[in-house]
Design a protein around this ligand. Structure first.
Ligand code: NAD
Length: 394
């Protein structure tokens, strides 16, 4: 077995041992013809729901950088469900917008920063962690300035545009002795954790194939899709934005790193959305255990967020797999099709609290900068495989 694979598997085993609780799954309905009793499947949950909240003064203080669609609609409301984290500061180029949200979330207006005076956040002891939710091309700069201001960093996916930027972020965090985590929410979400558990525990038999598809129609009329159509700000097209979920799924479900990659890219000619970034990416990964992954991403097909895991005894289908709030897991075997229901939890609150907890306990977060770097490296190889038409050995 490759060293990196061994290391990753033992890292995950340690994480599970290190107090990530276990939770059962229950069958709520048979999609096929047979209902079986609820299996007692172990599932890693990063923050057990019965854990009490820290008192407000003990919660770590978070600053949000970039008050766009995702920050304001998903992340900021999720602090209400956090047990170890509180929102204390905002960084925005739009003072009026920041003031509006400061009022809504009881953030002291003295804790509003802009992109020019951002570095002075170093003088604010209320801020422990900075969460970067800017267009991809700005992740590296604001993460590095953040650690240099003495703060820990959560950075949105993809970690950055280039491998060199990712390495610079990791170096800067090490030098400043600060933690750097990449916001891979699916790795904190109960249905995805159950999928990992089912796949790696042998419940599906021997794993053979994973398919994962993530797509939607890019709509540059929306401000959040305008920069996504620009290579300079987005770094890439559908692969960088949502294909990264397909890649992540293949890696976290196998617990392995791919050893061979092939790929094909196609963008509809003359579609103005794809002048700078790609529309469709299909890629195949081969893992050391022999598992193959067929993955796709698209900015042209209708909303899809799906994962399938094919084992010798059963097939698991997670669809939607990486939605914000809705997930559906079906196991298909000779006993019929069974839907498995798991207690839903706010994955954003779980990942935010995971970083606070990692800082409080001085532990490496589960998805550190190195995890983001690995995806950027692999996505670059996917582009290379598509460009050259060759299978690339990793
Ligand atoms: P958005 O455009 O809605 O938000 C980006 C914010 O950055 C805006 O408030 C914008 O004003 C600000 N900004 C600052 N400088 C800018 C510049 N030079 N150009 C453009 N905008 C600038 O985008 P979003 O959809 O919220 O995405 C932000 C980040 O979050 C991206 O990295 C994206 O990949 C990530 N994201 C992650 C998820 C997830 O599920 N984890 C979901 C959506 C977005």
């Amino acid at each position: 077995m490759f060293d990196s694979v061994k290391k990753e598997l033992s890292r995950r085993a340690l994480l599970y041992k290190a107090g990530f609780g276990f939770m059962g799954l229950s069958v709520v309905g048979a999609v096929g013809n047979i209902i079986k009793p609820a299996p007692t499947l172990a599932q890693a949950a990063p923050a057990p729901s019965n854990e009490p909240s820290l008192p407000p003064e003990k919660k770590l203080g978070w600053a949000i950088v970039g008050l766009g669609e995702f920050a304001t609609k998903q992340i900021m409301p999720s602090f209400a469900e956090c047990k170890k984290s509180k929102l204390v500061a905002l960084v925005s180029g739009d003072r009026a917008k920041a003031e509006k949200y400061a009022q809504q979330y009881s953030v002291n207006p003295k804790n509003i920063y802009n992109y020019q005076n951002y570095d002075s956040i170093r003088n604010n002891p209320e801020v422990d962690i900075i969460y970067i939710i800017l267009p991809n091309a700005l992740h590296a700069e604001y993460s590095i300035r953040g650690v240099q201001a003495g703060k820990h960093i959560m950075c949105e996916k993809p970690m950055a545009i280039t491998v060199a930027e990712c390495q610079a972020m990791i170096e800067a965090a090490k030098k400043a002795n600060r933690k750097l985590m990449i916001a891979y929410r699916a790795q904190y979400e109960p249905y995805n954790l159950a999928t990992i558990q089912l796949a790696q525990s042998g419940k599906l038999g021997k794993l053979k194939l994973i398919t994962s598809d993530h797509g939607r129609n890019l709509n540059p009329k929306e401000p959040q899709d305008r920069w996504r159509a620009q290579k300079k700000l987005a770094g890439g097209g559908s692969l960088y934005d949502i294909g990264i979920y397909s890649l992540q799924a293949a890696r976290y479900i196998t617990g392995e790193e791919p050893v061979a990659i092939s790929a094909m890219i196609y963008s509809t000619p003359n579609d103005p959305r794809f002048r700078e970034v790609e529309e469709n990416v299909n890629f195949v990964l081969r893992f050391p255990s022999g598992v193959l992954a067929n993955c796709s991403s698209s900015y042209g097909y209708s909303n899809t967020k799906r994962i399938q895991v094919f084992g010798s005894d059963a097939v698991l289908e997670l669809d939607p797999a990486t939605d914000y709030y809705k997930h559906r897991l079906i196991l298909k075997s000779k006993n019929g099709n069974q839907e498995q229901k798991i207690e839903d939890k706010n994955q954003f609150a779980l990942e935010i609290d995971h970083l606070s907890e990692s800082i409080i306990q001085n532990k490496q977060p589960k998805t550190p900068g190195e995890e983001g770097l690995q995806d950027v490296k692999l996505m670059q190889l996917i582009y290379e495989a598509a460009r050259t038409g060759k299978t690339i050995k990793v």
